[in-house]
Ligand binder design. Structure first.
Ligand code: ATP
Length: 221
């Protein structure tokens, strides 16, 4: 039986540096499986999830056959029941696809980039959790210069995510993204060695219970 690949989850607050860090792992030929990217692919024209969304919310969401994502966000923004409906549709599909892609790999480990891994209660889907962290003020500055949001807009986005304290408490590893890119590269290099070793040794595998009788006999031969 093929053993499950070692999965390292990468999560962190908005603008903390997940994409930047995932890019540095990818440069080391680590397979990166990105939940956001998959969720976008799932609503491409012709995908069953898009048909379900249009059936539920109406064809107004389409523009030239493609989903207008900001219109969809508008539909769920102040309606928790509709947000829940959409999440119930997409989350299982996203994780199924992530798992499918992981099963095709034969590297020592892979990286699962999931911004809302903790918010959606999926910590157990990865073997180890890497949290990228930075002080709130720096996070705000990065969001502001990248997205052009004002203070109120940033507050809204931050309020939708779990607190920094809760995220840090759930971490196995914390990457403080406060320095220049060269420093980040050095940290990624260190983590890459660490994860490769674990994956190659198979230390991430949790074997619970007794081996089957056949295996017990085989181990005595
Ligand atoms: P989101 O949650 O919105 O997807 P993210 O966590 O993926 O964000 P990035 O997009 O990687 O964060 O980084 C946010 C911004 O901060 C980007 O403009 C990025 O270039 C910049 N940034 C990230 N890390 C650093 C760093 N160490 N030095 C300078 N700029 C950085």
């Amino acid at each position: 039986m093929k053993q499950d690949i070692f999965k390292v989850g990468l999560t962190g607050g908005i603008g903390c540096g997940k994409t930047t860090i995932a890019g540095l792992f990818a440069e080391k030929d680590v397979p990166v499986i990105d939940a956001d990217q998959i969720s976008r692919q799932l609503v491409e024209p012709g995908q069953p999830a898009l048909a379900a969304i249009v059936h539920h919310f109406g064809a107004d969401l389409l523009e030239n056959g493609r989903l207008n994502r900001s219109k969809l966000r508008g539909q769920i923004f102040t309606r928790p029941d509709e947000k829940e409906w959409l999440e119930n549709l997409l989350h299982p599909l996203i994780y199924q696809e992530m798992q499918r892609q992981a099963e095709l790999l034969s590297t020592p480990y892979c990286l699962w980039v999931v911004p809302l891994l903790l918010e959606t209660g999926h910590r157990d889907f990865v073997d180890r959790l890497l949290v990228v962290d930075c002080p709130i003020e720096l996070q705000r500055r990065r969001i502001q210069s990248r997205d052009g949001l004002d203070e109120a807009g940033i507050d809204l986005v931050l309020a939708a995510q779990i607190s920094r304290q809760h995220r840090l408490a759930a971490a196995d590893d914390i990457l403080e993204n406060v320095g220049p890119l060269s420093e980040l590269q050095a940290h990624v290099e260190e983590l890459h060695k660490f994860y490769s070793d674990i994956g190659m040794r198979g230390d991430h595998l949790r074997i619970i219970g007794q081996p089957s009788p056949d295996e017990r006999i085989a181990s005595k031969l």
